[in-house]
Design a protein around this ligand. Sequence first.
Ligand SMILES: C[S@@+](CC[C@H](N)C(=O)[O-])C[C@H]1O[C@@H](n2cnc3c(N)ncnc32)[C@H](O)[C@@H]1O
Length: 270
Amino acid sequence: MIGAVIGYASAMSSHLEQQAKKSLGQHFLRDFSAIRRIVSAIPEGATAIEIGPGPGALTESLLKRVSHLTVIEMDNRFAAQWQGEAEENPALSVIHGDVMQELDGAIVSCAPQWIAGNLPYNISGPLTAKLAGFSLSGGMVLMYQREVAERIASEPGSKVYGGLSVLVRHYYDVRRLLTLPPGAFSPPPKVHSAVILMTPHGKTPPCSYESLQKAVRQGFAHRRKTIANNFRGDLSAEQFESIGIDPRKRPEQLDYDAWSRITLALSRRD
Ligand SMILES: C[S@@+](CC[C@H](N)C(=O)[O-])C[C@H]1O[C@@H](n2cnc3c(N)ncnc32)[C@H](O)[C@@H]1O
């Protein structure tokens, strides 16, 4: 571990820090206890994908822990760095590209048990909506801007409960692992960050992820309206009552089970 820490510290030269690209959400993690906690959430010998390795804060430790790691990186500099390392290390594969485009193919070809990453905050919402649709046997350990992490981990009735909170529960139990101040990163972001751990709950979802996504998008389109209003023309008050849901409720009051019943009711009428 100490070797990895020194290796990483030297790799992350001040040159790179100065060249951190804002457009790619580059804030490099430098809190070694956080790195340890994130990496140790993944069992030894597992297979994993890391999103956005950058100069390698997590990557060095992940490579020591897992049996195979695929990294997906958009920045040419870091992709080239890891491609060089992959030539020497058969336990490492590199995908140079945009994770939003590459993820589906990477999951099919690598069949990872785990996904890890200190996510670029500018795409973390849509990326999580994509990630949550994959049923991984291990789980996901991901760093977010604290407000996004709060949304993901929130329960029905909370002001920040929304579409993402529902979607991640299709396959996973969700828990906040740790919170970090801006100073844990270089350069420091303007916001606090938090790590979320998602592990499979093991229940078979009653509806498809795609149909749930569609229902949630429509149902949360107007948060302040009742669900009867958001689904006007699609589901009647009687249909809501027949699935045990009060049509006067607002979208943020409904738990995952209620959303899956709405999804099934919508698909029955298609
Ligand atoms: C917050 S930094 C994390 C870097 C490193 N893992 C760490 O913790 O220090 C986000 C990383 O994701 C990469 N990245 C940003 N947008 C990306 C995208 N669309 N696809 C793949 N990688 C991306 C950035 O280049 C950067 O390396």
